[in-house]
Design a protein. Structure first.
Length: 321
């Protein structure tokens, strides 16, 4: 029916234009003012068919219009492209080094998405990344270290949430940022960075507690865990796998909190499912890059990333002071 309608439309335009009928055309009789009044014999206004060429003036305007303005992109499409690019880059960083996607993804996604949508999307992606990595490399997880890091995290999360309502939250953030910057700078510039030859229970409890504190207050569990892993000199593969063994249950708890707060909405699920098309390839690409890294070079990248995290935290605390 659609094709028939198009054919009939084109045929009617051709008939009006006089191109479809051969032979002599109909000629109206000459106008006689005695038979018809002038107002009745006035010719009707010219009607242009879709098949007729556009007037010269309109054609010139169209020709002068830039091509990129003729078919404008829907703003929803631009938002989707931005989300996919950010998710791919952040997931690649997380899958390669084991941490850092939250600090990259949430601020960048906030340019086109509200924070209450961007944050749950990033947590869902964190669960996905951690689950895939754990399935890939579960044999390389330091289970004992992961357990001792998780236990004090559960104590630190409520204090971090309480810190959100405290008047001293910017001061605490600045102190933690200075601690991270100092440790990273010393590890990069010092001749002998701090090292733990075996698991240290005080360090495990302290780093796990600080991870819960940062996670509850600012959604950043990673820095204390990265500090401990760097001091233990975990290989890149053990480093990546062990952190995901921690992030998986921690992210599940965070998502349960978002759900209870009513922040897991259909739009969050929409962007999460859409992001999987770029997140899954980025996870496997990050694993391939991780396996190419070696100990000393990997530690330098880790400390450089920590230094960036600390500086960003410090700038945030100064901005909101």
């Amino acid at each position: 029916m659609f094709v028939l309608g198009v054919i009939l439309s084109e045929l009617s335009c051709s008939l009006i234009a006089g191109d479809a009928i051969e032979g002599p055309r109909y000629r109206p009789p000459p106008y006689d003012a005695r038979t018809f009044p002038p107002q009745l014999c006035a010719p009707p206004p010219t009607q242009r068919c879709a098949a007729d060429p556009a007037p010269e003036k309109a054609t010139l305007k169209l020709a002068d219009t830039p091509r990129h303005l003729i078919g404008m992109i829907d703003p929803t499409t631009l938002t989707t492209l931005h989300v996919l690019l950010v998710v791919f880059f952040a997931t690649l960083i997380r899958s390669t080094f084991g941490f850092g996607e939250g600090l990259i993804a949430v601020p960048l996604l906030a340019f086109t998405l509200p924070v209450e949508i961007a944050a749950p999307v990033v947590v869902l992606l964190s669960i996905t990344i951690a689950a895939v990595v754990v399935l890939q490399d579960w044999r390389k997880i330091h289970l004992r270290s992961t357990g001792w890091l998780l236990a004090p995290t559960l104590l630190g999360i409520p204090l971090g949430i309480a810190l959100l309502t405290s008047v001293h939250q910017n001061l605490v953030k600045a102190l933690l940022a200075l601690l991270i910057v100092a440790f990273s700078a010393y590890s990069l510039l010092g001749r002998k960075p701090p090292q733990l030859h075996s698991d240290s229970r005080p360090w495990l409890l302290g780093c796990g507690f600080l991870a819960g504190l940062l996670g509850g207050a600012y959604g950043m569990n990673g820095p204390p865990l990265v500090i401990y892993g760097a001091m233990r000199r975990w290989s890149p593969q053990h480093f990546r796998a062990t952190l995901q063994g921690y992030f998986l249950p921690a992210s599940l708890l965070a998502m349960a909190g978002y759900r209870s707060a009513g922040l897991w909405r259909p739009v969050v699920t929409h962007y999460y499912l859409l992001s999987l098309f770029v997140a899954l390839p980025a996870i496997f690409l990050g694993r391939a890059l991780n396996h190419r890294l070696r100990g000393d070079a990997f530690l330098k990248y880790v400390h450089a990333g920590l230094l960036c995290v600390g500086l960003l935290l410090l700038l945030q605390s100064i901005r909101h002071a």
